[in-house]
Design a protein around this ligand. Structure first.
Ligand SMILES: Cc1cc2nc3c(=O)[nH]c(=O)nc-3n(C[C@H](O)[C@H](O)[C@H](O)COP(=O)(O)OP(=O)(O)OC[C@H]3O[C@@H](n4cnc5c(N)ncnc54)[C@H](O)[C@@H]3O)c2cc1C
Length: 492
């Protein structure tokens, strides 16, 4: 299939399925503008939008509004005035033009997995790409075209059908839209780079509602910015990713130790991990079970057979007295979806995380101390190893500025009842208070909760000024503002 046909055959959503234009809607829809100002959308304007798109316009009194307004994180139960469920790139452009000409605050939803709820809004408009999930692999070039609302599972599965793969995150229902514009850490990143390193080009809807391409030749400034600058520069409606030959079977390893051994295990881990090849993606976790039982574990993935894995991970095999110690063959795509149910839609989630460029001597002790003194069932902390190919890309080659990160350490919590929110928020925030002084590498913009402008500036490091230039050129009114926001320069 040619690329043009691929775009034309984008998944269609039944037109007008939720908006009975002119059939009893209130004359106008109340909404909010970018600065929280009140905006009134005329019935005609909304009806015209519906007529102009293949997808559907969902209003608060539409039968499928409840489902359409939800995002993955149950902590953000917001009520947008309008949800535009886009079926193709033209719908996305129409939605952007509508939001602009009616001065409505717009949120962009790819997979809806924003930890901080950026992909929804109270009273604004959601431009939802969730129906745009098509993936098409070109086996000749070993590349994949992937629509901007696709989930990581679409990418993993499409590649695996042809013995190909590229880096994606750990939960298969996460959206590629947010992940690949902001970063893209995953099991394969040491071998193949971040997801964004494998972005060969995009089709994107600008803040003016124009459809443009961005790649090494066309609009290279935009291409640079959408690899790490998140949703600041436009809505990606199609990604073009590099894939690599990879056997669908890889290896998984897991070693769990009694908590009494935690200090030694942690020191061993950071030392051992530093010598691991690019084929090994590992992490260390301090965890309590639901019954409160604590343990420390080292686990990960190896690209290769269990026999090769055993050789590669060397000293870990035979280290200490694990209660569990195993290396197993695993189907990569199955493994990528193994945690999907734990991270189910609608539960409550929060995460505090940061990059660590070196392991301070005090770090294991600080990690362990809070964990032991706050024995919260299901609580814990993890350190995921970075490096390899992702670290060999120059810091200014893309907007992503954390090539020197050795680990991302996270306190990620989840719970089921709203009344438990304070307990979990306090647990993770207080844990992070003790960790943060050691996290000199900044934070992952994709998981941060509402950072201030100054923090964002610092976090993009030497790339920030260039991002401001590009933002000022492509989005001078800061139309795309619900994100780790890079503000355009103000006119003087
Ligand atoms: C369960 C879970 C697991 C995760 N695991 C990983 C992981 O392994 N590795 C990793 O790197 N990250 C991981 N993350 C973080 C993830 O990268 C971000 O949450 C990301 O924003 C999710 O993208 P989304 O499209 O689902 O988000 P959405 O909520 O849809 O969007 C978040 C923001 O991304 C931008 N955006 C979304 N779609 C587009 C688009 N098409 N074009 C332009 N901008 C867009 C918008 O600014 C939007 O506000 C995980 C998150 C969750 C919730």
């Amino acid at each position: 299939m040619k690329r043009r046909d691929f775009l034309a055959s984008a998944l269609t959503v039944t037109a007008g399925s939720t908006f009975p234009a002119g059939l009893g809607h209130a004359a106008a829809v109340s909404a909010v503008g970018p600065k929280g100002d009140k905006v009134s959308l005329s019935e005609k304007a909304v009806a015209d939008l519906q007529k102009s798109i293949k997808g559907s316009v969902v209003l608060q009194d539409s039968p499928d509004y409840e489902e359409a307004r939800k995002i993955w994180n149950g902590s953000f139960s917001k009520r947008p005035a309008v949800v535009v469920r886009c079926a193709d790139v033209n719908d996305v452009a129409s939605a952007v033009q509508f939001a602009r000409s009616n001065n409505v605050l717009a949120a962009v939803r790819g997979g809806g997995h924003s930890y901080s709820g950026q992909s929804t809004t109270d009273g604004g408009m959601v431009i939802d790409l969730g129906a745009m999930q098509k993936a098409e692999v070109d086996t000749g070039t070993k590349t994949c075209w992937l629509q901007g609302g696709a989930q990581l599972g679409n990418l993993d599965r499409a590649g695996a059908e042809h013995g190909l793969a590229t880096t994606a995150g750990f939960v298969s229902h996460t959206g590629v839209g947010g992940l690949a514009t902001g970063g893209g850490h995953g099991r394969l990143m040491k071998k193949f780079g971040l997801t964004l390193d494998n972005n060969l080009g995009v089709e994107l809807v600008t803040a003016e509602g124009k459809i443009v391409k961005a790649n090494a030749k066309e609009n290279p400034d935009l291409y640079w910015a959408v690899r790490g600058g998140g949703g600041n520069f436009g809505i990606v409606t199609n990604f073009h990713f590099q894939l690599y030959p990879m056997d669908p079977m890889v290896s998984s390893f897991a070693y769990t130790f009694p908590i009494d051994a935690a200090m030694d295990v942690m020191k061993f881990y950071f030392d051992w991990d530093a010598s691991q090849p690019d084929e090994v993606a590992s992490s260390l976790g301090l965890r309590r079970s639901a019954q409160g039982e604590a343990s420390v574990s080292i686990g990960g993935t190896f690209i290769g057979t269990p026999a090769e894995c055993e050789k590669a991970i060397g000293k870990l095999v035979g280290y200490g007295k694990p209660t569990v110690g195993r290396i197993t063959a695993a189907n990569y795509v199955t493994m990528q979806a193994a945690a999907d149910k734990i991270y189910a839609h609608g539960r409550y989630y929060y995460s505090k995380a940061g990059f660590f460029n070196r392991i301070d001597d005090k770090l294991p002790e600080v990690m362990l101390d809070y964990f032991m003194k706050n024995p919260m069932p299901r609580g814990g902390i993890s350190a995921a190893s970075h490096g390899g190919k992702a670290a060999r890309v120059p810091m200014d080659a893309t907007a992503y500025a954390h090539r020197d990160a050795k680990y991302q350490i996270s306190v990620s919590v989840d719970w089921d009842k709203p009344e438990d929110s304070d307990t979990w928020l306090n647990y993770s925030r207080n844990y992070w208070k003790v960790m943060q002084p050691l996290a000199e590498g900044g934070f992952y913009a994709n998981t941060i909760d509402d950072p201030r402008e100054e923090e964002i500036r610092k976090n993009f490091r030497g790339n920030y000024d260039r991002l401001v230039e590009i933002k000022t050129k492509w989005d001078p009114t800061n139309f795309y503002r619900l994100n780790a926001n890079v503000r355009p320069r103000q006119k003087t």
